[in-house]
Design a protein around this ligand. Structure first.
Ligand SMILES: OC[C@H]1O[C@H](O[C@H]2O[C@H](CO)[C@@H](O)[C@H](O)[C@H]2O)[C@H](O)[C@@H](O)[C@@H]1O
Length: 627
């Protein structure tokens, strides 16, 4: 029986991540990387597909949970008739991407609680039962190239292809369990003092959060929401390369029982560029630098071969396949790994990329000629490409169209390049770019705008609406007071709202190549709040933002979508896109010159004045300069 998506907490260490349910069951864990095979995949199947549960043997009478302040460290409290015990789950930081660990500490709080640990390791996304051997420290399990050590002082025994332990904890007892991954060709490693690793992990995250600019929020709820979102985004970054995954999961459905199930454990240029923007808003510049370095490496080569997404180390081949042995989350099939969208053309990424680098440059992170050369080659490709149809921001699988958002973002790409020349002294064919910027603008106002309804439309020669049009003012294509933008906001309010939340489009009006429905798309609702702010409807913006905050789970986490009637989160979880929206909208609401205006080049950008503090706090890599 699946648990609601919002029942899960996320822990991670910038190499991989795990989902742990309220009942103490770790139902999703991929080792050693975000996109490695899962060794616990009960999330998308049953216990047969792997899980690791630690909870009171007779079940708790009550349980509650929280994150430790400032860190992706989960603490679940189980109250039983005999006493209270706490389970602390975390993934310690590691310098070696092939050696990744999960630590679970059971602490006795009061009385005497009998706890039960059950572990069913199933490598290869729930398919492969490993060869398990006893060791004096616990067990050693091997399957193919993967090996783990489960280290504990508690006696273990086997039952029905699972490893089991029952043990008592009394007030003051601490019982650690460590799962340490290593590739079979390497020696096992042992973590040592789990309590010390906990303290080290807590300290690292506390120092990281110290940089964060939260003083502009009076409300502790807003402060916490922004901080938790930043910590989540940071935990979704892949430390060795600087990439950022869209989510740590695959195939959590956008419709319960439906086929809209995708693998998000990769780095989308779009999502990562917007993440970068959220980080810069909050004062984090090392992350911006690291992502740019990743991008330059991943996208290096012929500009016409730049992809819209890559693996975390820059891998290009992300072949999409179906895992037929997994029944899917609440029977939502297929379960997919890999993502066919990697071969799509999505013109908006040129704009998102140029915009993020523009903001970074304005934030006074030093110039970088390599990055500028790279941007110029991208623009030379865009000169012809912007005229072509594409798959657009929503990655439709029903055929290419002339999406208006894609054209607007092509305009953004040339606009930011022109500004780089005008404001920062870079050189380039600025007259050509000016002419293209003008031509795109003119064309969109004619072919992308429906005069009769006073609204922009999803694609040329069509009538459907699309939530991505809410970004038209935010990116500076038109001023917010322009009647055509206001008309678009009103049309979206009339036609794309479900219980006050925004659908990205109406599935019945959009050839997305898929069947079924989907929930409201959370980042689009944040964009609507931004649009309200920009057109002076601050009360509506605040109300919508508060509503969106109320949709977070008890730990402050958001999936990609929300179903208002079912009152359930839907889609991959936690999703970077949604948390990016939360952060940017919060700053937008509290700054005289918020991110929307910054992107539209109307105000002051976030500054790099905290970058040195960022480094001092032990951020994991040097800050490369940004153009
Ligand atoms: O709806 C179909 C598409 O859904 C996914 O894409 C969505 O997630 C991406 C990552 O967050 C985001 O960049 C994109 O804008 C979203 O539409 C899926 O990854 C695609 O393969 C699928 O076609």
């Amino acid at each position: 029986m699946s648990k609601p998506i919002e029942d899960y907490g996320f822990i991670g260490n910038m190499l991989s991540g795990a989902l742990v349910a309220q009942d103490g069951s770790m139902d999703w864990l991929c080792l050693p990387r975000f996109d490695s095979d899962a060794c616990f995949a009960a999330l998308l199947g049953t216990r047969e597909h792997g899980y690791w549960r630690i909870s009171p043997a007779g079940g708790p009478q009550r349980s509650s949970r929280r994150y430790l302040p400032h860190a992706p460290i989960l603490e679940t409290t189980f109250e039983t008739r005999d006493g209270t015990a706490v389970l602390v789950d975390f993934m310690p930081l590691s310098d070696d991407p092939e050696k990744v660990d999960v630590i679970r500490l059971v602490r006795g709080v009061s009385g005497r609680v009998t706890m039960r640990m059950e572990m069913a390791l199933r490598f290869g996304y729930g398919k492969t039962i490993p060869w398990v051997r006893r060791r004096d420290y616990g067990i050693h399990a091997v399957a193919g190239p993967d090996a783990v050590e489960l280290v504990t002082r508690v006696p273990l025994h086997g039952e029905d292809m699972c490893t089991i332990a029952e043990f008592d904890v009394r007030e003051g007892d601490v019982v650690p369990f460590t799962l340490a991954y290593h590739p079979l060709h390497r020696e096992p490693h042992f973590i040592g003092d789990a309590q010390m690793r906990l303290e080290h992990t807590e300290t690292w995250w506390r120092d990281w959060v110290r940089i964060c600019r939260l003083s502009e929020f009076e409300s502790p709820v807003w402060k916490d929401a922004v901080e938790r979102s930043l910590v989540t985004l940071k935990a979704l970054s892949y430390q060795p390369s600087g990439a950022i995954v869209a989510a740590p999961t695959t195939s959590l459905p956008e419709e319960i029982g439906g086929m809209r199930n995708w693998d998000y454990r990769y780095c989308w240029i779009r999502d990562a560029a917007l993440t970068l923007y959220a980080f810069m808003n909050a004062g984090y510049f090392d992350e911006a630098g690291a992502f740019r370095e990743w991008l330059l490496r991943a996208a290096a080569g012929a500009p016409n071969q730049m992809q819209i997404m890559y693996g975390v180390d820059g891998e290009r081949r992300l072949t999409e396949i179906e895992l037929t042995w997994l029944p899917g989350y609440e029977n939502s099939v297929p379960v997919r790994i890999g993502n066919g969208a990697c071969d799509q053309i999505q013109i908006d990424v040129f704009g998102e990329l140029m915009d993020a680098l523009h903001t970074a440059r304005k934030s006074q992170l030093g110039p970088n000629q390599d990055a500028w050369r790279f941007q110029q080659t991208l623009l030379s490709r865009l000169e012809g490409l912007w005229r072509e149809p594409d798959e657009g921001i929503w990655e439709v699988r029903g055929g290419r169209k002339h999406f208006v958002h894609s054209k607007v973002m092509a305009w953004v790409a040339f606009d930011r390049a022109i500004k780089a020349v005008e404001q920062s002294g870079f050189s380039g064919p600025v007259e050509t770019w000016r002419a293209l910027r003008e031509e795109i603008h003119r064309e969109v106002l004619v072919r992308g705008y429906d005069k009769g309804r006073n609204t922009f439309v999803q694609h040329y020669d069509g009538t459907a609406l699309d939530a991505s049009l809410l970004l038209i003012a935010e990116v500076g294509f038109l001023p917010p007071e322009d009647y055509r933008f206001r008309g678009t906001v009103e049309a979206i309010e009339r036609e794309l709202l479900e219980d006050g939340l925004v659908l990205r489009y109406r599935v019945e009006e959009t050839e997305d190549g898929l069947t079924g429905e989907e929930g409201t798309f959370l980042v689009c609702s944040f964009w609507l709040a931004d649009a309200y702010t920009m057109i002076g409807r601050t009360g509506d913006a605040e109300a919508l933002f508060e509503r969106l905050l109320s949709l977070r789970n008890d730990l402050g986490l958001l999936a990609e979508e929300y179903h208002p009637r079912l009152r359930r989160q839907l889609g991959n979880f936690p999703q970077a896109f949604s948390h990016i929206g939360l952060i940017n909208t919060a700053y937008n609401l509290r700054r005289v010159s918020g991110p929307a205006q910054q992107r539209a080049d109307l105000g002051e950008p976030p500054r790099a004045d905290d970058a040195s503090r960022n480094r001092a706090a032990g951020a994991p890599r040097d800050e490369p300069s940004l153009d």
